[in-house]
Design a protein around this ligand. Structure first.
Ligand code: GLP
Length: 238
């Protein structure tokens, strides 16, 4: 079941999601939480940090795992998702190195390491997701088999051009490593967030879509607990 929740603006949507994340951490203090990066997540992590500072949570036994990362970007690279997570969340709320994992590297070794971490950390109680304008979740591009696990992907031209502004020189890496749809679907609960007018079209399509591998996010309709959190702009075509 896919529940749609619409908020007045990006900040009220982020506040709702930050609250859920904090509550999960508090209620399941030894669990694993699946996280995501991208512009949509910036206000969410900001509010989460503020909330945790205001109402402290024991985070010492929690584990965090991210859905995806560009291939061959060193974690010290400011454009990497690893850097993003550290800067926006982990360093702010004292999540230690061993408590979090963001995939890194490329090829078979990287896939193996990601799978081992998924195994070690265990199935997330909650998976946070954004959505690409072509309907991708994580970096599962249209056409990816729903049975695919962790894999390295050649990014589509569309995805590269959408993420261009996150790279100083405009050169987006051509490959990424991502959890597969199969991995994402295991999570107990999923929250997909989309904000801004540029997401209105894909959200309308998601609402209407039949489940199809040509539209990766459509698989979420088969998950038992999915909430799609939107601001008014992203919901403007519903
Ligand atoms: C990116 C990432 C996703 C992210 C999505 C939306 O390409 N692979 O993990 O959730 O696309 O990004 P944004 O929030 O910047 O629109």
């Amino acid at each position: 079941v896919m529940n749609f929740k619409i908020f007045e603006n990006e900040d009220t949507a982020a506040n709702y999601v930050a609250n859920i994340l904090r509550k999960q951490m508090n209620d399941n203090p030894t669990s694993t939480i699946g996280l995501a990066t991208g512009k949509t997540m910036v206000p969410i992590y900001k509010q989460l940090v503020d909330e945790i500072k205001e109402h402290p949570v024991d985070m010492s036994q929690l584990k965090f795992i991210n859905v995806d990362e560009y291939v061959d970007l060193d974690p010290s690279n400011k454009e990497s998702f690893a850097y993003f997570m550290k800067e926006k969340l982990y360093s702010q709320v004292n999540v230690l190195e061993h408590q979090s994992f963001i995939p890194t590297g490329s090829g078979e070794e990287a896939v193996k390491q990601f799978n081992e971490k998924l195994e070690e950390f265990g199935t997330p109680v909650l998976q946070l997701l954004g959505i690409g304008q072509n309907g991708h979740i994580g970096f599962n591009e249209p056409g990816t088999s729903f049975d695919e696990g962790v894999h390295v992907v050649n990014l589509s031209e569309e995805t590269k051009s959408q993420n261009k502004d996150q790279f100083a020189d405009g050169n987006v890496p051509t490959k990424a490593i991502t959890m597969g749809i199969k991995d994402i679907m295991k999570s107990r609960e999923i929250i997909l967030v989309a904000t801004g007018q540029h997401k209105a079209n894909i959200i309308r399509e998601l609402y209407d879509a039949k489940v199809s591998e040509n539209f990766p996010a459509s698989i979420l309709k088969e998950h038992r607990m999915v909430t799609v959190v939107l601001d008014k702009e992203a919901a403007s075509e519903l």
